[in-house]
Design a protein around this ligand. Structure first.
Ligand code: EPU
Length: 421
């Protein structure tokens, strides 16, 4: 388990390219199970969750080849419909294989994902949706066993907008018999990326990008190529790093429309921004970090995946702010670690109350999950002295070599390899 050693205080400066979106790749990759053939997934980020999905797909018979962010998948010889616990326990998104396997092969056995380091993360909406499409679902010995000779189209109305359930039902419905309507579908850009891929594979989908999706099932699909959209969360994380260190950065390969809610909050906090659909420039040189409240919500609202990073930012704001997470009510594992760096934060239910402090002081802190870890790195970049972020394997799950990008922008951050961290 590696750790990061950060000497805080350097202003981030320069230009950096944003990688492909983890959460888009994790949906695009299992979609290839829907049709026999060879696929090219461009701009796939090199990060551990992608490797985990690659291993799971390989277990099912998919042959991967991954080099320089081009992921080629060959699905000509699928040999299994069984996603075992060893793979699924590492990553909840593994449940994305359920819809495509069931739709194409009439059977899928997928381990239940199990616990998460924060909050309950049920998959009831995935299962209820598949049942509405005629699947027989049994839960046995920690596995979901789903069967249906051919799924049939249905009207599926989600009580809660869910990225994963929308993705799974969408992948299931493209090969179902008849029409499926998904009401209150997630409109996150990663779902739109998936829907565009399915269209290229020959699916018939209307309403893409809206919460009302209409899918006319087809008998077979074909393989296709797709460009993975840029990672809006990686972009937001690096922008906050620059804002916190009063630096000036330019992000390229990023469409600002993917993260307008974050850009708007950064502007309100005192940064100057310039952006279009190709780049984002942030100038934090005169940033006095005004306290800005946020409440997370579904796209295009402020993403829950940026909540921890915003909390770290507000720890150095000039006043009080309130951070409310309305998606995951107890995603606050980063707070006790930020307190170790000197942050003044109290949590009550799903709200963190942050009283900005004049400075943070370096300390050893522990990563607990992906975005919590990102918030600790951000705090470390702005803290006085040395911060050690232990267990950075959480970060490696979701960011493509983040330390190299930060080093390139002038941060003093080093990865120390080792077992004891
Ligand atoms: N929910 C249910 N039942 C379900 C599914 C979801 O009640 O069957 C609830 C959840 O508990 C949550 C809300 O619905 O309160 C939204 O969850 P969603 O299903 O949208 O989350 P997800 O698909 O499991 C994806 C991302 C997460 C991100 C959330 C919210 C992927 C692989 N993961 O998870 O990303 O936080 O959407 O935007 O796309 C991350 O990247 O760090 C990460 C956790």
């Amino acid at each position: 388990m590696d750790k990061f050693v950060i000497h805080g205080g350097n202003k981030l400066q320069g230009e950096v390219t944003i990688s492909g979106a983890k959460n888009a790749s994790l949906a695009l990759m299992p979609a290839t199970l829907l049709a026999h053939g060879k696929y090219a997934l461009y701009n796939t980020p090199e990060l551990n969750d992608v490797y985990t999905m690659m291993k799971l797909l390989n277990h099912l018979g998919v042959v991967p080849e991954f080099k320089n962010n081009l992921l080629k998948l060959n699905t000509e010889n699928i040999t299994s419909q069984d996603a075992p616990y060893e793979h699924v326990k590492k990553m909840r998104a593994s449940v994305y294989v359920l819809g495509p396997l069931l739709a194409r092969y009439g059977i899928a056995k997928v381990s239940l994902p199990g616990g998460c380091s924060w909050g309950p993360r049920p998959i009831n909406l995935h299962l209820e949706g598949l049942k509405k499409m005629g699947a027989e679902i049994e839960l046995s010995e920690g596995y979901i066993i789903a069967k249906s000779p051919r799924l049939t189209g249905a009207k599926i109305s989600f009580d809660i907008s869910s990225v994963g359930a929308t993705g799974n039902i969408l992948m299931a419905s493209v090969l179902a018999k008849g029409e499926t309507r998904i009401v209150n579908a997630a409109i996150e850009p990663e779902i739109t990326n998936l829907a565009q891929f399915l269209l290229k594979m020959g699916a018939r989908i209307e309403g893409i990008g809206t919460p009302d999706l209409f899918i006319e099932g087809v008998d077979t699909l074909n393989s296709a190529d797709i460009e993975t959209i840029p990672d809006r969360i990686e972009a937001g994380t690096i922008l906050i790093a620059a804002a916190l260190t009063k630096g000036k950065v330019k992000l390229i390969n990023i469409n600002s429309n993917l993260l307008l809610s974050i850009l708007n909050k950064l502007e309100n906090s005192g940064c100057n921004l310039l952006y279009n659909n190709e780049f984002i420039e942030l100038d934090g040189t005169n940033n006095n970090i005004k306290p800005i409240n946020i409440t997370t919500s579904v796209f295009p609202g402020f993403p829950t995946d940026m909540q921890a990073q915003w909390t770290a930012y507000m720890a150095l704001a000039d006043g009080m702010s309130t951070i409310t997470d309305s998606i995951y009510l107890d995603r606050f594992k980063h707070v006790p670690e930020l307190q170790r760096l000197g942050a003044n934060i109290t949590v009550n239910e799903n709200c963190a109350f942050v009283k900005g402090v004049g400075k943070l002081m370096g300390a050893k802190v522990m990563s607990t999950d992906l975005r919590a870890s990102a918030s600790l790195v951000l705090a470390g970049l702005a803290a006085e002295g040395i911060t050690e972020v232990l267990r950075v394997y959480h970060l490696d799950r979701g960011y493509q070599r983040i330390e190299e990008k930060l080093q390139y922008l002038g941060a003093d951050i080093e990865r120390v390899k080792g077992k004891e961290f």
